[in-house]
Design a protein around this ligand. Sequence first.
Ligand code: WQD
Length: 342
Amino acid sequence: MSKVIVSGGCGYIGSHTAVDLIANGFEVVSIDSFIRSEPSILKHIEHVSGKPFLNYSVDLCDKDLLKRVFLEHPDAVGIIHFAALKSVPESVANPLSYYNNNINGLCNLLEMMSEFNIQNIIFSSSCSVYGNVKTLPVSEESPIGRAESPYAATKQMGERIIEDFIRSEKGKNAVLLRYFNPGGAHPSGLLGEMPQKNISNLIPILMNAVSSQQANFYVHGDDYPTRDGTCIRDYIHIMDLADAHTRSIRYLLNSKNSNACEIFNVGIGEGVTVMEAIRATELATGLKVPYNIGPRRDGDVVAIYADYSKAARELNWQPKFDINDILASAWKWEQYQKQFSK
Ligand code: WQD
């Protein structure tokens, strides 16, 4: 059974990918310091995967402790690197914590890859590397714009660091996955995005607005040059995103890549406005979404959605879900969690 080291394996995307990898016959070793997750997620992962889940509570910035993990698992065939801070507004308010955590953590991981001769890495990149784009949908050949937030800048730098590292090392391969906007939860309703202290992403905030029925949800601006004045994003179901990672590690293990470092957009090619997401939430839950219109948010791009034809062609990846499935699964998870908090 091929062993994959997953950094951030207890995070939102990491945990769903870990479950998908296990379901596809991989052995998973997670490294997660719980800076943005909590140990209670371990029982959800084990419940859904049906297997014990091994996590090392280690910060990637602690090279000594990180090395000890790799000493115990020198047989790993690849790394999937999720562990990073990912809130656009938080990165605007606290840029140094983003540069420190996201860049140092990546460099330490690449040093382990070199020292333990691990050949493959999948990197969690982001559509935010494109910045504000003129032409939609964006393909992997679309020009990289000015990063609109420190978070996006760490993803642009991360891509460049990996490209340079792979070029400097013999026989190493990388896939950079440019995620669009992940949302939703595992279809069982037993695994999803763990509640964060100050959530900034739209989907969990919509769920919270519906279940609390408190009018503390603000649409960040309705004066953008879009069909209804609100920002457009390409929301991708977390299970479609997890599937793209399993396909990517197989793609590298089977040497299907024609370049040592390949980039793929992972979005479903459908742009959805904030107002459309609100309406879809009301349809999915049968409840009203209380909201107010507020000012624009620093760091937001106006509109972005994916041309994912390269992933379809090379990874044989096809999204199976849309915004309605995302919201229905997110609502199922929200209700499941409410049982815990009673
Ligand atoms: C989406 C839209 C907000 C909250 C995310 C992740 C980032 C990266 C890219 C993967 C925007 C609007 C939100 C609210 C609102 N993903 N909004 N009121 O900023 O596109 O970035 O996707 O790598 O990690 O953060 O996503 O969910 O924060 O915002 O109006 O209370 O919803 O303005 O237009 P974003 P988001």
